[in-house]
Structure formats: C-alpha cells, structure tokens
Ligand binder design. Structure first.
Ligand SMILES: Cc1cc2nc3c(=O)[nH]c(=O)nc-3n(C[C@H](O)[C@H](O)[C@H](O)COP(=O)(O)OP(=O)(O)OC[C@H]3O[C@@H](n4cnc5c(N)ncnc54)[C@H](O)[C@@H]3O)c2cc1C
Length: 383
C-alpha cells in the first residue's frame, strides 16, 4: 500500500493538531492534577467532527475514513491522554455499536445529541467485577424480556465516560449458558431509574477520564433498544473491539510522540560534563530507538486502518498494531524519563504524566496477552 496520506488526510491532521495544541495540550496537567474532565475543549469538538468520527453525516457525524479517525485519536493522545481516552471510548466503543448495528430509528434517537458536543458522550459497559478478558463465560449481568421491556440486573466495572454519557451500550446475558449466542447489546440511557453510577475509580493515570463501576437494579429499557439481533452480542463486541484496538494503538503512538518530543527538547538543552546530553551516544541511541519504534507503530496503526477502509479483514493487524504500539509507548515514555534524569520523576515535567497515562494502553480493550492470543489464533488458522 501507499502509506502517504492524501491531501484531505493531511489537512485533517493539521486542523486536529492545531486544535489540540490550542485547546487540549495546555490543560493536560490541570486535567490530571484536578481529575477534571476537559468539557470546555470537548464541547468545541462537536463542530470539528471529533465526536462523530465514524458516524454518518446524516446524524451529524463527520464520517471520516478509518485512517483519519486514527489520526484524530493520535493527535489527541499527543495532547492529553485523559481527553484522548474519553474521546476514543466515545467514538470507538460508545458510538460504534450504534453505527454498526443500530437501525435508523436507534441511530436517529441516540447519535445526533452525542456527536454535537451539546449533550453528553457515549459509553460501552462490557467489563464486570468478575470478568474482563473472558466476556463469553464471565458476563453475569442478565436481561430478561418482560412484556416488551428488558429488565436488567447486575454490575459492571471500569466503564469509561459513564458519568458523562447520554447512554451506555451494555453487554448482557439474555440466554442461559455460556454459548456464544447467549449475549446481547442493549442501549441504556444514563438517566434510566435503577442505574447507579459509582464515583470515578482512583487511578494511576488518565485521571481526567472518569471510569466507573455501575449497578443495574431492575433497570428497564424498551425492547427497541436491543442492537441488532438478540444473541449476537459477543460477535458484535468483537467487531467493535477490532476497531477500538486501532484507536488505542493510535492513542499510544500519540503519547509516545509527545514523550519523544519532550526528550529531544531536554537532551538538547541539558548539559553534563561540559556538553549537551544529546552529544552522548547513550542518549542518542535512546532517541534513535524511540523514533524508529514510533515510526513502525504509526505505520502498523495506519495499515490496519487502511485494511478496514477497503473492507478487508483487519482483526489480526489491529491486534498487532495495538500490541506493538502500546508496548512501544511504555518503552518510549520510560526512556523519556531516563533522559530527563531526576527531573523526569518530577511533576514539573510532562514525561511522568505521559508515562502514567501510557501504562493503561497494554490493558484496556484487550490486554497484551489477549492480543497475542488473537494474533496466534489467526496465524494458526491460516492455511
Ligand atoms: C482506565 C480503564 C478504562 C477502562 N474502560 C473500559 C470501558 O470503557 N468499558 C469496559 O467494558 N471496560 C473498560 N475497562 C476494562 C478493561 O477492558 C479490562 O480491564 C481489560 O479488558 C482486562 O480485563 P480484567 O481487568 O478483568 O483482567 P482479567 O481478564 O482478569 O486478566 C488479568 C490478567 O490475566 C491475563 N489473562 C486473562 N486471560 C488470559 C488468557 N486466556 N491467556 C493469557 N493471559 C490471560 C490478562 O492478560 C491479565 O494479565 C477499562 C479499564 C481501565 C483500567
């Protein structure tokens, strides 16, 4: 493939980069210190299309191609991990099930408000206190259809954006047993009685991206809020997560790029033994490795997005991109701190924040171990 971005994608990158540099990056430290969501910037993202990356223009979205969507999340990651994660989860986890499996009535009912920037965001609740990687066997939240109403009982864990959301797409067990046709996706408006959202979890990083435990206590939603066919939830979720993995890969590239830029800047200005530390080969090697790995990860992310854009199978490549980019980001952010010496450990410098934010990327939307499992299964099933 030709990895050159087209003119439209280049212009899009410039527009998003400028917006992030102006509205998002300068607030990243404050967002982290105060654990505050940057609503001010997010409100402005609606008109730019950042809240409806994969949503059709008919519902107010931008409907950009998958490479442009990845670019947007990468740039947001460069600016602020917390804000990027919230917007990545909103687009890739919350809106995606509706764009992929919602009927026109459901799309019209739920999408325009959340893509406009005037309402709340979207969220997806898969993980439970007892199940994350093993959704098929582990989901215990149940929904029972009673007189045209789904009645939901159970609990969820780690739901990004729940408190900020208009609706939470929720994975529930609608049939007994652990079969692959026993799960379904329901759209649950946040204000539905019986849905309790706990205070945000206290996290190591990404402190301006709230993630919550949820309790469903006889939560009732109409049968029309079922996405697609009953029993298809697991297959739907796997499809959503394939796209989400491109997004987390892109976010990891953005975080690494940010840490790398800080490391280069610092290496040029800091002196030791009468030289800028950038003169020392040990420092140069760390910078060279970082630049090489960021480049490789970016190409992997764009390649999986390109496969998606032309309708080819991209699950293996998305897992590879997410695996490599997230583990790369950890290495690059670690070395950015190393290059900063003691100052790298200080909250006065941004690299300690990027390091903490990057740590999630090997866990969320499928751990590194699960990505390796997906990749190995794909390899072993190939003829
Ligand atoms: C900040 C944050 C935001 C999140 N946002 C969301 C969200 O919006 N929505 C949502 O639904 N979830 C969300 N999550 C949850 C996240 O997706 C899960 O934490 C993740 O999928 C791992 O699940 P788990 O925590 O239950 O770990 P477990 O599944 O219990 O895994 C524990 C360990 O065992 C390993 N393991 C498990 N199974 C295997 C296997 N078969 N082979 C090898 N190793 C294995 C894992 O890799 C891991 O190292 C979020 C989590 C965090 C921390």
């Amino acid at each position: 493939m030709d990895f050159d971005l087209n003119d439209e994608q280049r212009m899009w990158r410039t527009a998003v980069h400028d917006f992030v540099a102006r509205e998002v990056k300068p607030k990243a430290r404050q967002v982290d210190e105060e654990g505050a969501f940057n609503w001010e910037a997010v409100r402005k993202m609606g008109p730019l299309g950042l809240l409806g990356l994969n949503v059709d223009e008919a519902y107010g979205g931008a409907g950009v191609d998958p490479i442009s969507a990845a670019i947007a999340i990468e740039e947001l990651g460069w600016g602020c991990g917390s804000t990027a994660l919230a917007i990545s989860a909103h687009n890739g986890l919350g809106c995606a099930p509706l764009t992929l499996f919602g009927d026109p009535q459901q799309q019209q009912r739920f999408l325009p408000t959340v893509v406009s920037g005037r309402g709340g965001l979207a969220a997806l609740a898969l993980t439970e206190p007892g199940a994350g990687s093993d959704l098929r066997g582990g989901i215990s939240t149940r929904a029972v259809l009673q007189d045209g109403i789904w009645v939901i009982n159970g609990s969820k864990m780690w739901c990004t954006n729940a408190s900020l959301a208009e609706f939470i797409v929720t994975l529930v067990r609608t049939r007994s047993g652990e079969g692959s046709n026993s799960l379904s996706l329901l759209v649950v408006p946040k204000e539905t009685p019986g849905l309790h959202i706990s205070p945000p979890e206290k996290k190591m990083g990404l402190k301006g991206s709230p993630a919550h435990a949820l309790t469903f206590d006889n939560v009732r939603v109409p049968s029309e809020y079922l996405l697609g066919e009953e029993g298809q939830g697991l297959q739907q979720v796997l499809e959503v997560l394939n796209g989400g993995r491109i997004s987390i890969g892109a976010l990891a590239v953005g975080l690494a790029q940010s840490a790398f830029e800080e490391a280069v800047r610092y290496a040029r200005q800091r002196e030791a033994f009468g030289h800028p530390i950038a003169d020392f080969q040990a420092i140069q090697w760390m910078l060279a490795d970082a630049a090489t790995e960021i480049h490789a990860a970016r190409l992997m992310v764009y390649h999986s997005a390109w496969l998606k854009s032309i309708g080819r199978s991209f699950a293996k490549e998305a897992s590879m991109a997410k695996l490599f980019a997230s583990e790369m980001a950890e290495r690059v952010c670690r070395n950015a701190i190393q290059i900063h010496g003691g100052y790298g450990y200080s909250r006065e410098f941004p690299v300690e924040l990027t390091y903490r934010d990057a740590r999630l990327m090997t866990i969320g939307e499928g751990t590194s171990e699960i990505q390796r499992l997906v990749i190995a299964r794909a390899i072993l099933s190939e003829g």
